[in-house]
Design a protein around this ligand. Structure first.
Ligand SMILES: [Fe+2]
Length: 475
């Protein structure tokens, strides 16, 4: 419970299942578990050990310090009190940033690495740098509340009229439209870059800072400050000597910053788990407890809709109607639809963006993302330095193929690309291959399959609800 409630079940080194509570309750970013997700987890049970991703008493000391006396003194805020409802007993509590670090390192392909975690806040920690070797993750540096890059970015998210701790990704998209005119003012009023510190506690927001400003310029300014402050952390992480970086925590979802990280060339290899935020820590706290590398194959770990990936039917629907939903196989564990709970569309032509936007009803300025055959990505995009593929949509890449696919190109001529190989998702790969064979185009527009205001489709019933709402087939 907290932020994005999630559960994971692991048996030895095998990840059996992992899912988000919101997909079952239909409450976006649901803070709490519900019987549906708990019952599904229990089909893999009984549980030998239950691990929680944070130390609740330590968190209460920070809440007291921050003057949040309500949550600090309330026993209903204790995770065990909540889990009593489901007859689940927590056996171990893991430090929050250790959960993030373990989620990253123990799913990574590395045997040694430097591990950097950056989020809004754990109990007290907001940044950690560790060295990891075999089964040991050793903390080297920590930054603590109130000095938090996540809180800083969330405060600006709120300043720009968005929902903090949820809509940071929209702020990131807005940054491309503005000029970083207020960068100096942000440093002047709030931020010391190196070593990172906040001059003010921003937990309760900024108020109406620069009320005259265009929010796009504010977005560009804070994105620029974020990247500069992160760059300092990336440099510090690189001084521990490893060429492998594991990067985790909610801030690692900022794909524009991730591109800057790769382009700095400080590391040969970077691993970001597709669910680096708090939901991913449901898996991370188990890994931190077990101290064992997990057998990571792919993020398709959630609810299963059985059946073959319907390649031919999708192609037919795309050819006739340009848009189709797909709800097939196991749901993605992470915030992005990667082919199993996706709304897909023909990316070519001018009208497609408006057609998809009619369904998504989101801000006009926001672009859609492409999924592309991994073997064709270099012909269409310039990936960041050292990045060979991006199967989890974690980087932005410059589009280099003219003007034929405006729906998937952002204002700054970049796209948040997903590369697809056979080993990532065989069904989706075969679909893209069949699409390329038919049209010559190796990519599809890929956005999450959800009814406006709701989380992603989970089961077949949700798929039917989507069809009856929007008249778009879900296969
Ligand atoms: Fe976190």
């Amino acid at each position: 419970m907290n932020h994005d409630a999630a559960m994971a079940v692991v048996d030895g080194t095998e990840i059996l299942w992992a899912a988000h509570a919101e997909r079952y309750s239909k409450v976006k970013n649901d803070h709490y578990l519900n019987w549906e997700i708990v019952n599904e987890a229990k089909t893999y049970g009984p549980f030998d050990k239950v691990v929680y991703y944070e130390k609740p008493l330590l968190k209460k000391t920070r809440q007291l310090y921050a003057g949040q006396y309500g949550p600090a003194s309330s026993y209903t805020e204790m995770p065990q009190w909540h889990l009593d409802n489901f007859k689940i007993k927590i056996d171990e509590y893991v430090n929050h940033h250790n959960s993030h670090a373990a989620a990253g390192y123990f799913t990574s392909p590395f045997r040694e690495a430097t591990v950097l975690t950056v989020d809004a806040i754990g109990e007290w920690d907001t940044v950690s740098i560790s060295t990891a070797n075999k089964i040991w993750i050793q903390r080297k540096e920590t930054i603590q509340y109130p000095h938090s890059l996540g809180i800083l970015y969330s405060a600006f998210t709120q300043r720009c009229g968005l929902k903090p701790a949820e809509e940071e990704y929209i702020l990131m998209g807005m940054a491309a439209y503005g000029e970083p005119k207020y960068k100096d003012d942000i440093y002047e009023d709030f931020v010391i870059q190196s070593p990172f510190k906040l001059k003010k506690n921003l937990h309760r927001g900024l108020g109406d800072w620069h009320p005259e400003a265009d929010v796009m310029d504010i977005a560009a300014s804070i994105q620029s400050v974020l990247v500069e402050c992160l760059a300092d952390l990336w440099h510090r992480a690189s001084k521990y000597g490893s060429r492998n970086l594991v990067y985790a925590g909610g801030v690692a979802l900022n794909c524009a910053a991730n591109t800057a990280l790769a382009n700095m060339g400080l590391f040969d290899n970077i691993w970001i788990i597709p669910n680096p935020g708090d939901a991913g820590s449901s898996l991370g706290c188990i890994a931190a407890s077990q101290k064992k590398h997990l057998n990571w194959n792919n993020p398709f770990l959630g609810y299963n809709i059985e059946g073959e990936y319907p390649v031919d039917k999708i192609i037919k629907e795309l050819t006739e109607n340009k848009i189709v939903g797909v709800a097939n196989g196991r749901a993605e564990f992470g915030p992005r639809a990667l082919g199993n709970r996706s709304l897909l569309a023909d990316p070519r032509g001018l009208e497609i963006k408006d057609m998809v936007n009619q369904i998504k009803r989101r801000q006009k300025f926001r672009p859609f993302a492409p999924a592309i055959l991994e073997e064709d990505v270099n012909e269409y995009f310039n990936l960041p330095t050292g990045v060979k593929n991006t199967p989890y949509m974690q980087y932005t890449a410059a589009y280099t193929h003219g003007k034929d696919c405006p729906a998937i190109i952002h204002y700054d001529n970049t796209s948040r690309v997903q590369t697809v190989s056979k080993s990532d998702n065989e069904g989706f790969y075969e679909l893209l291959k069949a699409w390329k064979k038919k049209t010559g185009c190796p990519m599809l527009l890929n956005t999450s399959l959800n009814i406006k205001g709701q989380p992603m489709v989970n089961d077949a019933k949700d798929g039917k609800a989507f069809t009856s709402k929007y008249g778009v087939k879900v296969l």
